[in-house]
Ligand binder design. Structure first.
Ligand code: NDP
Length: 325
C-alpha cells in the first residue's frame, strides 16, 4: 500500500511517499481503508522528533474511511468510520482500536469527518472538562482561527462565555468573529493590557494557550486570581520550565498541560466527547472549516503551510482522490 514514510525525523521534506506493507490488526483492532486523513499540529512534533517514534514510521492520527476487516466480525466491511488515535493514518490502510472509532452518518462530508475528532474532542475537553465554561465566564483562546481554535470558540460561545481570541491576520480575525468570538485581538506586547482593559482589570477565568513559547508568559498575566492557565500546545515552540512559585505570585492561579488521552481516559469518556462533537455537527451547531486539502504525496506541503501559519481551520490529505468530496 502507499503511505507517507519518515525514515529520519526532520523538516517537512522527510515526509516521503513510499510503498510499504499493509498493517495487520492486533487484538482489539480493525483494519480500515483510509479515504481522507486529518492533518494536525501534533503530526509536526512527531515529524521533527519532539515527540518520540522510532523511524521508519508513518505519521498521522486521524481520518475517515471504510472498514476493510474486523477480525471479530462485528463491524461489517464497508462501514464508514472516523477515528483520531490511529498512529500511521497518512496511509491507504491503518489499524484502529475498535473502541476508538465512531460511525459516520451519511450527512457528513468526508473532509469534515476526517478532521472533526481530534480537534473536536480537544475543544470539547478544553471547554467542558479542563474548565466547564458557562454563562458569565470568560476565556482567551490563542490561535483563534486554527483548527482547535475555531471549534473551541464555537463551543465556548455556545456555553455562554465571553470569548477573547488572538490571531495574526485580518482574514483570521474575520473567521474568528464568524465562529462567535466576542473580541478578536492580535499578538503583541499590549495583549495583556488589552485583556485586562476588556475585563475591568480582573483578567479572564481561563486561558487556553495552544501557541506556547511566544504567548505563555502573557497567558499567566491574562488570567484572574485563582483562574486556570491551560497550556495545551506548542505551535511556536515548547515552553521553558517554570518555578511553581510563579503561580503564587500571579494570584494563586492553576496551570495545567492536558492531553486528549488524559481527557478521554475514563470509562465511556471517549464516546461521550466524540458523540457530542458528531451530534453538534449533525445538528448544525458546530462547523468545521477545512481550508485546504492536499494529495497524500503532498503531505510535506501540508506541513509547511500549517507551520508557516498559512492555514485556517482544519486541513486534510486526500488519500483516495476519486472519493474526495
Ligand atoms: P492550528 O490550525 O491552530 O495551527 C497552528 C496555529 O498556531 C497557526 O495557524 C497560527 O495561528 C498559530 N501560531 C502562533 N504562533 C505560531 C508559530 N510561531 N508557528 C506556527 N503557528 C503559530 O493547529 P491545530 O489546531 O492542529 O493545533 C493547535 C494547537 O493545539 C497546537 O499547539 C497543537 O499541538 C495543540 N493541540 C493539543 C492537543 C492536546 O490535547 N493537548 C490536541 C490537539 C491540538 P495565528 O497565525 O493566528 O497565530
Amino acid at each position: 500500500m502507499k503511505a507517507i514514510q519518515i525514515e529520519q525525523t526532520g523538516g517537512p521534506e522527510v515526509l516521503q511517499l513510499a510503498e510499504v506493507a499493509a498493517p495487520e490488526p492486533s487484538d482489539g483492532q480493525i483494519l480500515v481503508d483510509v479515504l481522507v486523513a486529518g492533518v494536525n499540529y501534533i503530526d509536526t512534533y512527531y515529524r521533527e522528533g519532539i515527540y518520540d517514534a522510532e523511524p521508519p514510521f508513518t505519521p498521522g492520527f486521524e481520518g475517515v474511511g471504510r472498514v476493510r476487516h474486523d477480525p471479530q466480525g462485528e463491524i461489517a466491511p464497508g462501514t464508514m468510520v472516523a477515528w483520531n488515535t490511529a498512529f500511521g493514518s497518512y496511509a491507504e490502510q491503518v489499524c484502529v482500536d475498535r473502541d476508538k472509532v465512531v460511525a459516520v452518518p451519511n450527512e457528513f462530508d468526508l473532509p469534515t469527518a476526517a478532521s472533526m475528532l481530534l480537534q473536536g474532542i480537544t475543544a470539547h475537553y478544553l471547554t467542558h472538562g479542563v474548565y466547564e465554561l458557562g454563562e458569565g465566564d470568560s476565556c482567551v483562546i490563542t490561535a483563534g482561527a486554527g483548527g482547535v481554535g475555531l471549534v473551541a470558540t464555537q463551543l465556548a460561545a455556545a456555553a455562554g462565555a465571553t470569548v477573547y481570541t488572538v490571531v495574526s491576520s485580518a482574514e483570521k480575525e474575520q473567521l474568528s468573529y464568524d465562529a462567535g468570538a466576542t473580541h478578536v485581538l492580535r499578538y503583541g506586547p499590549d495583549l495583556v493590557e488589552q485583556v485586562r482593559d476588556l475585563t475591568d482589570g480582573r483578567g479572564v477565568d481561563v486561558v487556553y494557550d495552544g501557541v506556547g513559547k511566544d504567548t505563555f508568559a502573557q497567558s499567566l498575566d491574562m488570567v484572574r486570581g485563582r483562574g486556570v492557565v491551560c497550556l495545551f500546545g506548542a505551535a511556536s515552540g515548547p515552553v521553558d520550565p517554570i518555578d511553581p512559585q510563579v503561580l503564587n505570585q500571579k494570584g494563586s492561579i492553576f496551570l495545567t498541560r492536558p492531553s486528549v488521552a488524559g481527557w478521554t481516559s475514563r470509562e465511556g469518556e471517549f464516546q461521550m466527547r466524540a458523540q457530542a462533537v458528531v451530534q453538534a455537527v449533525v445538528d448544525g451547531d458546530l462547523r468545521f472549516r477545512v481550508s485546504n486539502s492536499y494529495a497524500l504525496e503532498d503531505a510535506a506541503q501540508a506541513h509547511r503551510d500549517l507551520q508557516d501559519r498559512k492555514t485556517t481551520g482544519s486541513i486534510v490529505l486526500r488519500v483516495q482522490e476519486d472519493e474526495y468530496a
